[in-house]
Design a protein around this ligand. Structure first.
Ligand code: N01
Length: 538
């Protein structure tokens, strides 16, 4: 589906950047409202994160029955997921199915990257340019660019000097990679590394994992979905969706009203065992009501998860190196794994702890650490993303008075409700900083953002209003509130991408709003019902 057309110029109602789950639903809603839209997408088809991240083992860490659109009751009845946690190919098939079912590709220019967007104060329009030479104008601009879509190169000296092939999990070759007979290095042990390492280990001759910070991981306990479970859920899917919408994380998980200190140790262990056996990733964070607030409650969960690592990994030194000790559980995103820790018991797998022996540089034959030279045929980088702000700041976005978004956010992102930012009128952002986004089931958050934004557009059309811009005071108050909620918890207590800590020089600001999707939805609805309190219309 590579683009072959010549540069296009034109005018439309809304320009939508991105054709992942957010962009697709936005196109659907806009069409239902009778508005014209032009979509711009860098990939050559729909799917967003699921189009790019094709590394072995890539799968969702939200249960497949939850990680799907709720906007169409027939769609959710017709589609069948095969496993508890869906694989990347299956999720991509779902995105393709939705695009076909609702004819959503029609308005999207694929293989096209937005390079700039400028607000024209005379015509009250956005002027968007692309790397294909297109120039589109529209009253509204929707940035549906994803939160984890700007891959990050690791800061390693002489990174290009390695003579063999290198692969990034975030832009994996579509034809796959055969590691048979190879000596492979994997750098990075976040979710992407933890999912891909067990499968690479099964194929490669040798695998060496370079770990800078160990992560807590919980086994997916994945498997085929029980048809009975599916049928039962499908019978009450509508109620289930309603529960998701008012939940904390966009999934319906039991959460405890008890403090970890109120419960005897053996009862706590039973509860943790049940969560572990169930493969309920975020169940650990809600296992007691103080896990993400009280360091000593958090330490109880951390001790349990470290004991699990020690019980799985045979070599005590390797087990200790794999145990996270420098941050609370949940302060770096919890990972969902299948046989990750077990992989270190294989004779062809070894671990290099970069805390004791950092990488000094790459060389043509491999990786040089302060201690040894390791020689490889191939290197896999699972080194993460410039999260949340990266995709929004990559193009040049220029708002009122010629101010760029990069300047406006030079000390960190500033949004009102995580949906809009002052000085950039008529620009809506889907799952941006200041919204629950990455802390939640993204499908639930995406639907809420798309619905809120399109309802605001419809409200403006009914009143003949041309321009919406959040007030600086409302935005400042929102940013303060987002920080206040975050600082009440332990979430900011790790060097995580939530904080931008993984990108050298990036302002350290806790970006997601962590009060939960239910309370957040109430706030957004309250603002809308109060005639869009905090916004100025022109
Ligand atoms: O990225 P990460 P990711 N030298 O930033 C290391 C979502 N996701 O792609 O922790 C050596 O978590 C870095 O080390 P450190 C999910 O939200 C979901 O794995 O910075 N190492 C870290 O170990 C997830 O959280 C799924 O010290 C370097 C790793 O690279 C988010 O995407 C699957 C380095 C990066 O881990 C990001 O996950 C995959 C260097 N110079 C992703 N630079 C699901 O299951 C970085 N590292 C749905």
């Amino acid at each position: 589906m590579t683009r072959t057309s010549l540069a296009e110029t034109g005018s439309t109602d809304v320009i939508v950047i991105g054709a992942g789950f957010a962009g697709l639903y936005m196109h659907h809603r806009l069409r239902e409202m009778g508005l014209n839209a032009v979509g711009i997408e860098a990939a050559d088809d729909v799917g967003g994160t699921w189009w790019w991240n094709r590394y072995p083992g890539a799968r969702c860490d939200i249960r497949s029955l939850d990680y799907s659109y709720s906007f169409d009751p027939e769609l959710e009845q017709d589609w069948d997921w095969s496993e508890k946690y869906a694989t990347q190919p299956e999720i991509l098939s779902y995105a393709n199915h939705v695009a076909e079912r609702f004819d959503l590709r029609r308005d999207v220019r694929f293989s096209t990257r937005m390079t700039s967007a400028r607000w024209n104060e005379t015509t009250n329009e956005w002027v968007v340019e692309t790397d294909q030479g297109d120039r589109w104008t529209a009253q509204f601009l929707v940035m549906a660019v994803g939160a984890l879509s700007a891959a990050k190169q690791p800061e390693l000296a002489d990174i290009d000097s390695f003579a063999g092939p290198t692969y990034y999990t975030a832009s994996w070759p579509h034809e796959g990679v055969d590691f048979t007979g190879q000596r492979v290095a994997a750098i990075g042990t976040g979710s992407s590394g933890i999912q891909s390492i067990p499968l690479i280990a099964k194929q490669a001759d040798q695998l060496t994992v370079f770990q800078r910070t160990p992560n807590f991981a919980v086994p997916a306990q994945n498997g085929p979905l029980d048809p009975e479970v599916v049928a039962t859920l499908k019978r009450r899917y509508r109620e289930h969706r309603a529960e998701q919408r008012v939940s904390y994380g966009g999934v319906v998980n039991p959460s405890s009203e008890q403090s970890a200190h109120e419960v005897p140790a053996d009862e706590r262990t039973q509860r943790f065992d049940a969560i572990w056996e169930e493969g309920m990733l975020f169940g650990f964070l809600g296992s007691f009501n103080d896990v993400m607030i009280d360091p000593s409650a958090n330490a109880i969960v951390a001790d349990y998860l470290r004991d699990r690592i020690r019980s799985i990994v045979s070599d005590p030194a390797t087990a200790e190196a794999l145990c996270p000790t420098t941050y609370p559980v949940g302060a770096k995103r919890l990972c969902l794994d299948t046989d990750y820790f077990e992989t270190f018991n294989r004779s062809n797998v070894s671990l290099v702890d970069l805390q004791s022996t950092p990488i000094t540089r790459l060389v043509p034959s491999g990786i040089q650490t302060t201690e040894s030279l390791y020689e490889f045929d191939t290197i896999v980088f699972a080194t993460g993303f410039d999260a949340m702000t990266g995709p929004l700041l990559a193009p040049e976005i220029v708002g009122k008075d010629g101010e760029t978004l990069r300047d406006a956010w030079s000390a960190g992102p500033r949004t009102y409700l995580g949906l809009t930012t002052h000085g950039f009128p008529n620009m809506f952002m889907i799952t941006a900083p200041g919204s629950p986004s990455v802390m939640t089931n993204m499908l639930v958050s995406i639907e809420q953002h798309v619905e809120w934004s399109t309802e605001a557009i419809a409200w403006m059309a009914e009143r003949g209003v041309q321009q919406i811009d959040p007030d600086l005071e409302a935005q400042d108050a929102w940013v303060d509130h987002v920080n206040e909620v975050a600082n009440f918890t332990l979430f900011p207590k790790g060097n995580s991408w939530y904080l931008g800590a993984n990108v050298p020089g990036k302002p350290r600001v806790f970006m997601p709003y962590i009060a939960g999707v239910g309370p957040y939805r109430e706030i957004c609805d309250g603002v809308a019902n109060d005639n869009y309190r905090g916004f100025t219309f022109a």
